[in-house]
Design a protein around this ligand. Structure first.
Ligand code: 5AD
Ligand code: SF4
Length: 442
């Protein structure tokens, strides 16, 4: 294997982003150094996503770029969800790949690296049966203020459209002691925001005798000295209990934002999706959240064009948007995925019709967001400063409700505000972000 340098590109969700941070830490511990471009690297890794076909295609187009000539002498590896889903077929589709490893096997990476270094060119980590979680003190976090902590890996639900149970394996929770230790260490090294991660965080079940549920874990993490913000994603509506709302109410450090994917507003579609809840059950949770004095921001995921979705079903989803008034949504056209139950459903919705529905849905949501964001003009919000837009002379902050709020701050004397908490008065609003001015303390 050529010089021990590596480059990694990450696709997909926050779980993947955080997995890459752990993989990078592991590589560095094993003598590898990161470089800025794939051209410079001896080892080129892609941490992949297969949630929709488009995401899966990305890795193959990347690999294609290196098929001949420019990839010579390099070692290529495919990690993550496409690796787990396609397994050894990847070696056929892209013969210059030498490593295929799913997320449930990352704890084996050191031994897999040794095999690669010995010149093996068909190295795999594909077992889903290991009941373990990938815990490593070697995580290389790429944000100095906000840190991810995985609390639960895998998924035991079987939503008819979803590859995740096949790519990330069965559900397994970390021990509460391990999570609390990580949270305290992060606070000790200056992190002020923690984001708890899992496919279904609210299915969390402490495997140790302490036996904490998710609400307990959330309240304990929020009480760690130095931690000013706690977020969590993603929640499954079926397991979302009222106790979680009560914990948010009781702990100002828990951000007032809940992402609760609904997928569809139609009971018939929800049933075919095997989501394990109906519209009324979902709306009951929304009512609990709306009744909270914390003014909790709500966001969701929606799939349009699931097999059998009629125009009337689709209208139920549009009505739901009006009823809930989300602050933002992620919306997708249904994409058939390998191994999933939905492949056996008839009455596929034509691509063109999916596109039409998606546009209508997104336009409706855009006007809801303009209205909701405009209502914030004049209010003062606390933001955590995450970046700087030099061209506009603005700082980029994020509110507790997870809105992006860009602001000017005249009196900083050139000091960096990165990582600081600043009060900002909102002066303008767009559909996706707010603009404001720092409020100077008297
Ligand atoms: N097609 C389209 N969207 C999907 N999602 C998951 N699987 C599919 C699929 N096969 C969406 C869901 C999920 C989000 C992460 O991705 O809305 O909540
Ligand atoms: Fe993509 Fe889902 Fe895998 Fe995340 S868990 S990388 S969203 S397929």
């Amino acid at each position: 294997m050529p010089a021990k340098t590596f480059y990694i590109e990450t696709f997909g969700c926050q779980m993947n982003a955080h997995d890459s941070e752990k993989v990078i830490g592991t590589l560095i511990r094993n003598g590898y150094s990161p470089v800025e471009t794939p051209e410079e690297a001896g080892l080129v890794l892609y941490n992949t996503c297969s949630i929709r076909d488009k995401a899966e295609q990305k890795v193959f187009s990347r690999l294609q770029q290196f098929k001949r000539g420019s990839g010579k002498g390099k070692v290529f590896g495919v990690l993550g969800c496409v690796a787990q889903q396609e397994g050894e077929r990847i070696f056929e589709r892209a013969p210059h790949v030498s490593l295929v490893c799913g997320s449930a096997s990352y704890s084996r990476l050191p031994e897999l690296l040794v095999q690669l270094e010995a010149g093996e060119n068909r190295v795999t980590g594909l077992s889903l049966n290991r009941g373990e979680t990938f815990e490593t003190p070697l995580t290389r976090r790429d944000n100095p203020h906000r840190a991810y902590i995985t609390i639960i890996e895998g998924c035991d639900k079987s939503c008819a459209y979803c590859v995740v149970p096949f790519t990330r394996g069965p559900e397994r929770s970390r021990t509460s002691a391990g999570i609390m230790e990580e949270a305290r260490q992060l606070a000790g090294s200056g992190y002020t925001e923690i984001q708890l991660l899992g496919q279904n965080v609210n299915s969390y079940r402490d495997p140790s005798p302490a036996g904490w549920d998710f609400a307990t874990l959330l309240s304990r993490v929020a009480a760690v000295p130095g931690i000013r913000r706690v977020r969590f994603t993603t929640s499954h509506p079926r397991d979302f209990g009222r106790d979680i709302v009560e914990v948010i109410d009781a702990h100002p450090a828990i951000c007032n934002h809940v992402h609760l994917p609904v997928q569809s507003g139609s009971d018939a579609v929800l049933a075919r999706m095997q989501r394990l809840y109906g519209r009324d059950e979902y709306m009951r949770r929304i009512e609990w959240l709306k009744a909270s004095p914390r003014n909790i921001s709500l966001t969701t995921d929606i799939i349009v064009g699931f097999p059998g979705e009629t125009e009337e079903d689709f209208h139920r989803t549009l009505q739901l948007l009006d009823e809930v008034e989300y602050d933002s949504i992620f919306s997708f056209k249904y994409s058939p995925r390998p191994n999933t139950a939905a492949l056996n459903l008839d009455r596929a919705v034509p691509e063109e019709e999916k596109g039409r529905r998606l546009t209508i849905l997104q336009e409706k949501q855009r006007s809801i967001q303009i209205r909701r964001n405009s209502a914030l003009i004049g209010s003062v919000e606390e933001v955590l400063v995450e970046g700087r837009n030099a061209a506009l002379g603005q700082w980029i902050g994020r509110t507790s409700q997870n809105r992006v709020l860009n602001f000017a701050s005249p009196a900083t004397n050139g000091d960096s505000l990165l990582g600081r908490y600043v009060s900002v008065r909102v002066t303008r609003a767009g559909p996706n972000s707010l603009v404001g001015e720092a409020v100077l303390r008297a």
